[in-house]
Design a protein around this ligand. Structure first.
Ligand code: PLP
Length: 400
């Protein structure tokens, strides 16, 4: 398969537009442009030093735009048939199959006409508010693979509902152009994509039989965020490319799109929190045996970021946080440690029983891989400020 380099335009899109969509007013001045890309821990050290000069010890989050661009490049290289979303509204997908009424005229005003549906109610809504939209039928893949977040519980029709939905859309004069699925977020098996693509083919054929010109397949998200986790993007790409060639051969001209979320951003973001409190739990047995010598059994830290801040998904038990001291303490003895967030909520706990070197109040901890589904869920519970965001980008990437 012919591989093309991402174009100048696409890379500009990912590095600048992506960053700017986070904060619509973002300009070059809001980006910390560095001569050469640094490690997250060095970005954190730099901002902590800057804050310290101002007497500030608030939690902060650093966003590494180079990482997003790098992952985008890798995606493009591994899945050349699966297009990125471009900047033109005609290439944006309104992918939530359950849309608020008022959002449909908004989409229409901005010419975002590609959208998903999965029920009769949605078809009624679309007929009323955006009749000319181009529609993808989202189905719930019938796979038994493990996913961390099963979106099928909430979205997507089942196979046997598809035909009726196609017929209903036809009767309403709507324009269905393809099929979409999401295997579930943080999907633990590449087979899920294989099963889903095969099922998509059968549903696609159904749409064609009802008389629609079916020409888009949307293979959704579900790709893992960290390179060390399996299936890796390479493993997923192998299976996806094979299945696409088998069930949607390139000669047929079906456009393949995807909606990678976690894959693009999880590793691009790190949080840094200040230790605002510490307590020791001593080993009582040792204390009795050696009268005056106490051994630290456990260290309880209170830090100023937590589940209401930049690490909001830790409590559902699926996220393993990677936490380390900002100061290099690689050689120091490790103690069983627990990290509590700053609020009054006793579930505001980032990690229990993890080995960490001893840290002092006022020191900083680095929390890695918090880019996906984290800060976007932050609240101001207990009037705690949301961590401040610092965007870093190398000069080379920013001025591509
Ligand atoms: C419709 C849709 N597309 C894409 C995504 C991104 O998924 P992921 O982060 O698993 O790649 C989500 C996440 O919930 C979603 O709901």
């Amino acid at each position: 398969m012919q591989q093309e380099e991402p174009t100048y335009f696409q890379l500009c899109y990912i590095s600048k537009i992506l960053a700017r969509t986070v904060n619509k007013k973002m300009t070059d001045n809001d980006m910390l442009i560095v001569d050469a890309r640094l490690s997250h821990s060095n970005y954190i050290k730099r901002e902590i030093a800057y804050q310290a000069e101002l007497g500030i010890d608030d939690p902060l989050v650093i966003v590494d735009i180079d990482e997003v661009v790098e992952r985008y490049r890798k995606w493009y290289h591994l899945l050349p048939r699966v297009l990125d979303l471009g900047v033109d509204p005609s290439r944006i997908i309104y992918a939530n199959p359950c849309k608020q009424n008022a959002h449909l005229p908004f989409a229409k005003k901005h010419n975002v006409d590609l959208m998903t549906f999965d029920s009769e109610e949605e078809l009624i809504k679309i007929k009323m508010l955006y009749r000319s939209a181009r529609l993808l039928l989202r189905f719930r893949p019938n796979h038994m693979c493990t996913v961390m977040y099963d979106l099928g519980k909430k979205f997507g029709c089942v196979f046997v509902e598809a035909l009726d939905l196609f017929i209903s859309a036809k009767n309403k004069g709507l324009n269905v152009i393809g099929v979409s699925f999401h295997v579930g977020s943080d999907c633990l098996s590449s087979d899920a994509f294989a099963f889903a693509i095969k099922e998509a083919r059968r549903i696609f054929d159904m749409g064609q039989q009802v008389g629609f010109d079916m020409n888009v397949l949307d293979i959704g998200g579900g790709y893992r965020g960290r390179d060390v986790d399996h299936p890796t993007i390479e493993e997923n790409a192998d299976i996806i490319n094979q299945c696409l060639d088998e069930y949607f051969p390139a000669a047929e001209g079906v456009k393949i799109i995807a909606e990678p979320g976690r894959y693009l951003v999880e590793t691009a973001v790190s949080a840094a929190a200040n230790i605002i409190g510490r307590r020791f739990v001593y080993d009582q047995g040792m204390c009795r045996a050696y009268k005056y010598k106490k051994r630290i059994e456990h260290v309880l830290y209170n830090i100023n970021d937590g589940i209401y801040g930049s690490v909001s998904r830790v409590n559902d038990g699926t996220k393993v946080l990677v936490i380390s001291p900002v100061l290099n303490k690689a050689m120091a003895e490790k103690h069983n440690s627990t990290l509590w967030g700053p609020t009054c909520d006793s579930t505001d706990c980032l990690a229990t029983d993890i080995p960490l070197p001893l840290m002092e109040v006022g020191e900083w901890v680095h929390i890695s891989y918090v880019g996906a589904y984290s800060l976007c869920r932050a609240t101001n519970f207990n009037s705690m400020p949301r961590p401040k965001l610092y965007y870093f980008c190398s000069r080379h990437t920013w001025y591509i």
